[in-house]
Ligand binder design. Structure first.
Ligand SMILES: *Cc1c(COP(=O)(O)O)cnc(C)c1O
Length: 458
């Protein structure tokens, strides 16, 4: 060991930063099913989406181009924190006593502390170019709200954020960071919107959910011509923007002279996972590498492993187009686990499609296992992870321990998609024995699925 130089960190020069986003759709054996208009049940057209999104993003949403150039103005902003580092987790490997090699791509170095600015910046950029004055959005963990407030500040736009109630109460510092960037924050459900007043009247909705907060932000954008809506995950264009993560990681692993056998990432709406894995999936489909691609989701909100693949609304009030996706039902309100960014009832239609095609797998993890992994990671690697990527770290550790048993060559790559500096209340709960794993009852799963919209077959 000692006679070889142990590199911990793989960096890229600025001029090695990718200049195009990768769109996986043309490389897939079949295209994903289109979103449907809930009134006509016909595929939605650009004009249906125009009240919510700028044309440039609608074009990216339906694009069949394999590569889409990143505008120079966006690259300039990316350079503030990109390329992000790839680390080899030598000390974690040592603590586990595993022969597996573990790499993590660290997105916590961004201004918001997560991967979210990778898409917040281009979304604000394209809206600004089309004359939009204000963006509305939801935020779960507060990461997306922070990223969008940062991005809108750069382009001198306003930003109004509906923060999921449970997260608003638990994470006052996230709200303050959004406000420091100039954003305005409301606790969701709020009494500022019709859907907020309606859904807020039901005590079961007190802690809020991403689905409810989305309904509120969409309502305000749809009613105002100068206002558009921005989504931090789920949609094709968001996944597209995140592919800078995987493109950089490909180059960094080349530097390391290593090839991953397992790519594991956490999935809330699926964007950081797609961003990391799609460039590797392109290489896999071309026959150059053969990693196992694995999504890690919370046991209390398991849309891939426990959901149904069906058309459903993206929000709780049923205002969005119907998307074919793995869903727990748009009425499902997950337990207020600490990984707020993973509390979404559905999964990106594109990830759901890739999953249905058999190109990836998924496993769910209870949150106490996640935090045990998080603490072990922090004590060896020196970074306190956000609660969301602890799901991927937990699965990485499971697999690294298996490699110890089997002796099989295992090279793990994961995205450490954010730091947990604003999530210390979750660590407080874990470290002081207050964290519990509550199983979701079959009745609760069944009740939420019973309200799936009816879509004619064919
Ligand atoms: C938002 C967020 C997530 C969940 O969103 P994905 O689209 O699934 O990536 C996960 N981790 C962090 C740190 C987040 O901020």
């Amino acid at each position: 060991m000692d006679d070889e130089v142990r590199r911990h960190k793989y960096t890229l020069d600025e001029d090695q930063m990718p200049t195009a986003w990768y769109n996986i759709i043309p490389d897939l054996p079949a295209p994903p099913p289109p979103p449907l208009h809930p009134g006509t049940m016909e595929p939605v057209g650009p004009e249906d989406l125009a009240p919510l999104f700028p044309m440039a993003l609608i074009e990216q949403e339906v694009s069949g181009e394999r590569y889409i150039d990143i505008p120079g103005g966006v690259l300039d902003v990316y350079r503030q924190w990109r390329p992000t580092p790839l680390f080899r987790a030598h000390r974690l490997e040592q603590a586990l006593g595993t022969p597996a090699r573990i790499y993590y791509k660290y997105e916590g170095v961004s201004p918001a502390g997560s991967h979210k600015p990778n898409t917040a910046v281009p979304q604000a950029y394209y809206n600004k170019a089309e004359g939009v004055k204000k963006l509305t959005t939801e935020t779960g963990a507060g990461q997306w709200g922070t990223a969008l407030a940062f991005a809108t500040a750069l382009y001198d736009m306003e930003c109004e954020v509906w923060q999921v109630g449970a997260s608003y109460d638990a994470k006052p510092y996230r709200r303050l960071m959004i406000e420091a960037f100039g954003g305005q924050v409301h606790r969701s459900p709020s009494d500022l919107t019709e859907v907020g007043r309606m859904l807020g009247a039901n005590p079961a909705n007190e802690s809020g959910s991403l689905g409810i907060a989305i309904s509120e932000a969409v309502e305000v954008a749809a009613q105002n011509p100068d206002v558009r809506y921005a989504l931090g995950s789920v949609l094709n264009h968001v996944l597209l923007h995140q592919t800078v993560i995987g493109e950089e990681a490909l180059l960094q692993l080349e530097q390391a002279g290593d090839t991953p056998t397992l790519i594991v990432g956490c999935t809330g709406g699926g964007s950081n996972f797609a961003g990391l894995s799609f460039p590797f999936l392109r290489e896999k489909m071309a026959g150059r590498i053969s990693p196992w691609i694995l999504a890690a989701e919370p046991a209390s909100c398991p849309s891939l492993t426990h959901g149904t693949y069906a058309y459903d609304f993206g929000d709780t009030a049923g205002m969005t187009p119907l998307m074919k996706m793995h869903t727990l039902g748009h009425d499902f309100v997950p337990d207020p686990i600490h990984a707020g960014g993973l509390r979404y009832h559905g999964m990106a239609p594109l990830i759901s499609h890739v999953y249905e095609l058999g190109l990836m797998d998924a496993e769910s993890v209870p949150q106490t296992e996640c935090f045990a992994a998080a603490v072990q990671f922090a004590r060896t690697e020196g970074i306190v992870p956000a609660p969301e990527p602890t799901h991927a770290i937990a699965l990485a550790i499971r697999e690294a321990l298996k490699a110890k048993e089997t002796g099989e060559e295992t090279v793990i790559l994961t995205a450490l998609c954010g730091h947990g500096h604003f999530d210390l209340a979750a660590y407080d709960d874990y470290l002081n024995g207050r964290m519990v794993d509550e199983a979701v009852s079959d009745e609760r799963f069944a009740a939420a699925l019973a309200t799936l919209p009816e879509v004619p077959v064919g």
